[in-house]
Write a protein that binds this ligand. Structure first.
Ligand code: SF4
Length: 436
């Protein structure tokens, strides 16, 4: 029997969210175990794997661009496309010049088998499970500079917000067992992770089918030795229970950092979006966080220009957002997605108006984050240093997600350091200098 593909090199291109990056790490590990080699050199690759996103039209476009670009780099290399766009539009992708294989979300799990198949000549085809039949969950984790590990604990979503295609791509909400996630966390510790970011599509829905809830998971993680810092990634406001907030306020390990999607500060628009809360609930969560954890960082997602967002609704939303004691906004412009219910809403916001609204919210965000940073000058904090060297400076984050900078020192990389926070850095990257 011949040695299978010992020297074949695989180049990964990942688009979209941290979950996709975590999954790409998992795929890479599978292929390395089968004797493939990962490469960062595009031209040297024998196989390109593109893990796609489909959250907006722009994401779809980036995938098509990546296919064209990589096909030019090495026209003889195989191209495999997987991820959300591949799950939603496999027929569109297989027609792109150079694409050998389109793998759906479920089929990603068996990437090693499919790579071997195309290696032996079975090319230009689609392997795809209908989204409603996707039931498997596989844990995965990724490294960002080997400092922070993104740990996938949940996948899929049952919410069907009217503007969102994710449930059509990722399928039903499902998650790993607490035991399996603890095992993954131990592996992350062995590989050197210092901070774990708990990730998923709708992480607050963790535990469905296992008889447990997200709070049970974080209580167990707190007891796991070896990880000093956890962050909870984006969590739906209606699933961020008061109990979770109280737990974080008392925890030694869970960072005082929340990322909560509001999407609109107008109750009328929230209703059109099919969101499962009113702004009053959101306000309660923010006030509770600030009351229990005054120094908490709160990042908030907002979408501007959704169908039905009249100028009055936008003003109402903007004023509500302005009034909240939050730290930063992540502003997204609404993008029309085929097959979503939002397309039935007749009122359309023009592209220019979306831009204008986005600029207004960005301006609010810049003010809020600057205020947040300034209010921390002179305070003590613990920084986890990362391995970036930008013009002789390194960066890290405090427990409450303030970016901190100091002259680069290799010995600090991937370590925690107690510091005193100083002034704003001159650099364009928003950060506070460590007081010498
Ligand atoms: S909660 Fe809504 S916006 Fe978030 S993934 Fe689910 S359907 Fe999409």
């Amino acid at each position: 029997m011949t040695e299978p593909n010992k020297t074949k090199k695989v180049f990964f291109h990942t688009l979209g969210c941290k979950l996709n990056f975590a999954e790409t790490s998992y795929l890479g590990k599978m292929l390395i175990e089968k004797g493939y080699e990962k490469t960062k050199e595009e031209k040297q690759a024998d196989i390109y794997i593109i893990n796609t996103c489909s959250v907006t039209d722009v994401a779809d476009h980036k995938c098509r661009q990546a296919v064209a670009h990589l096909h030019r780099q090495n026209p003889d290399a195989r191209i495999i496309v997987t991820g959300c766009y591949a799950q939603l539009k496999p027929d569109e992708i297989i027609k792109l010049p150079g694409v050998d294989l389109v793998l759906g979300i479920n089929e990603k799990l068996d990437i090693d088998k499919y790579v071997e198949e195309i290696e032996s000549g079975n090319e230009n085809h689609i392997q795809h499970t209908e989204t409603q039949d996707i039931k498997d969950f596989y844990p995965s984790r990724s490294y960002d500079d080997r400092t922070r590990c993104f740990l996938k604990v949940q996948d899929g979503c049952d919410y069907y917000c009217t503007y969102c295609t994710i449930p059509y791509a990722r399928g039903k909400s499902r998650s790993g067992s607490i035991e399996d996630i603890i095992k993954e966390t131990h592996k992350a510790v062995e590989e050197g992770a210092k901070e774990v970011v708990i990730t998923g599509v709708n992480i607050g829905d963790f535990g469905r089918g296992h008889g447990v809830k997200f709070i049970d998971l974080i209580k167990e993680l707190e007891k796991t030795d070896g990880i000093d810092r956890y962050r909870i990634s984006s969590i739906e406001p209606n699933l961020l229970s008061d109990e979770i907030i109280e737990f974080v306020s008392k925890s030694d390990k869970f960072a005082p950092h929340f990322h909560i999607p509001l999407q609109s500060g107008s109750n009328d628009v929230l209703k059109l979006m099919g969101r499962r809360y009113k702004r009053e609930l959101f306000q309660h969560k923010i006030e509770l966080i600030k009351q229990m954890i005054p120094n908490a960082f709160i990042g908030v997602d907002v979408i501007v220009g959704t169908r039905g967002e009249t100028p009055e609704f936008f003003e109402d939303s903007k004023n509500f957002i302005e009034s909240l004691p939050i730290s930063q906004l992540h502003v997204f412009s609404y993008s029309e997605r085929a097959g979503t219910k939002a397309l039935q809403i007749p009122y359309i916001v023009s592209a220019d108006e979306k831009k204008r609204r986005s600029a207004e919210l960005h301006e609010i965000s810049e003010r809020k984050i600057k205020d947040f940073y300034q209010s921390h000058q002179g305070q003590k904090a613990t920084v986890l240093w990362e391995n970036t060297n930008k013009n002789g400076y390194m960066f890290g984050f405090t427990e409450n997600y303030i970016r901190v900078t100091t002259p680069y020192d290799k010995t600090l990389v991937n370590t925690f350091q107690a510091v005193e926070l100083g002034e704003f850095s001159d650099d364009k990257i928003l950060s506070l200098k460590v007081k010498p």
